[in-house]
Write a protein that binds this ligand. Structure first.
Ligand SMILES: Nc1ncnc2c1ncn2[C@@H]1O[C@H](COP(=O)(O)OP(=O)(O)O)[C@@H](O)[C@H]1O
Ligand SMILES: [Mg+2]
Length: 351
């Protein structure tokens, strides 16, 4: 196990900079996710840590060692990819033991480690099968097993669950979490799926266009997004946003010139702000903001209502069930304490 430090790290492809000076601290044993939309630089950053991409400038430190110029095989890391990359002609046992055999470990030790990993991952009865005779989830477990047997100081994962169907993804997600709780190996996990990042991580790094937008615990990012980008990226269904101009009596003047009382003076009069409200913080009430229900989506435990008010579409998440029907007039309420306020011009949190 080891801490990982990234210092002012940059990457260029053909003279074009794609990672613009990134700093990250990952504590020993921590599970850190890199999230962000496609193309924001997650894989590039991970591959630099793995030693699969050259660094333009900056430092990568594992433990107390700057590893910029250390060969990938000597970095004491193990990486798991989205596409598993198993050897098709080898059995599960051979796949699991391959790296250890290459390192010329004694056969007894290889067997011990392979059996240990197979036990942890529930693969013991599949050790003599070839990958083609395994399900997607089992293949992904073998890919993880290959990382585990090496007993590395750091695990690197690049979207390891993306190729699995939705149900299996959720199952493997919690297996991964259990695995980390058990092994406590420092882990850097790349995903574009914010739910995966939320549920798995000690800490999340939100990336955007080769920069870091915000670093924090999952609930930190959820409760206190520092930018519109993070507010929109974290949380599903997405936060609702309302652009407008603050009046001097605590209301937001909306583009259709209607005024929405916010219950507190969130910014100075005349300020152009974007107000964010999470779907679970809107509720149906007797007197409030008039809206029309458009779509009702029950999941059993909760119901998502899509509604229109002041020409905008909103999502409301209510616990349990609702009698509301599409087309019905409803009134929406919210607690002013739950408002997120951003400067519309610069997209940063104002209060
Ligand atoms: N081998 C490459 N050559 C040139 N540009 C690349 C290469 N790999 C990635 N890029 C560019 O670097 C940026 C970051 O890519 P990547 O790290 O793959 O993003 P992510 O994993 O977040 O989707 C993108 O703009 C992408 O087009
Ligand atoms: Mg990627």
């Amino acid at each position: 196990m080891s801490k990982v430090e990234i210092r002012d790290l940059r990457k260029t492809y053909d003279g074009l900079e794609v990672i613009h000076g990134i700093d990250i601290d990952i504590a020993d044993g921590e599970f850190v996710s890199l999230v962000g939309p496609s193309g924001c630089g997650k894989s590039t950053l991970l591959r630099m840590i793995a030693g699969l991409e050259e660094v333009a400038s900056g430092q990568i430190i594992i433990g107390d060692r700057v590893i910029n110029d250390v060969a990938p095989k000597d970095r004491d890391i193990a990486m798991v990819f989205q596409n598993y990359a198993l050897y098709p002609h080898m059995t599960v046992r051979q796949n699991l033991g391959f790296a250890l055999k290459q390192r010329r470990l004694p056969r007894d030790e290889i067997n011990e480690r392979v059996n240990g990993a197979a036990g942890i991952l529930g693969l013991a009865e599949y050790l003599d099968r070839k990958p083609r005779a395994l399900s997607g989830g089992q293949r992904q477990r073998v890919a993880m097993g290959r990382a585990i047997v090496r007993n590395p100081t750091v695990f690197l994962f690049d979207e390891p669950l993306s190729n699995l169907d939705a149900k299996l993804r959720v199952l493997m997600r919690s297996e991964l979490k259990e695995l980390h709780q058990r092994l406590s190996t420092t882990t850097v996990y790349v995903t574009h799926d914010q739910i995966e990042a939320m549920t798995l991580s000690d800490k999340i790094v939100v990336m955007n266009g080769g920069h870091i937008e915000q670093v924090g615990t999952p609930l930190d990012l959820y409760d206190n997004p520092k930018s519109l980008f993070v507010a929109a990226f974290i949380g599903s269904p997405q936060m609702n946003f309302l652009e407008g101009v603050m009046t001097d009596n605590g209301s937001l003047r909306l583009p259709d010139l209607s005024e929405l009382p916010l219950g507190r003076q969130i910014a100075t009069a005349g300020a152009e702000v974007t107000v964010g409200l999470r779907p679970e913080h809107l509720f149906l009430t007797e007197s409030g903001w008039p809206a029309e229900a458009v779509v009702i989506e029950p999941t059993g435990s909760e119901t998502q209502i899509t509604a229109r008010a002041s020409g905008k579409t909103f999502r409301i998440l209510v616990r349990g069930r609702t009698e509301v029907k599409p087309g019905q007039s409803i009134t929406l309420g919210f607690d002013p304490q739950h408002l997120h306020v951003f400067s519309t011009a610069i997209g940063k949190r104002a209060s």
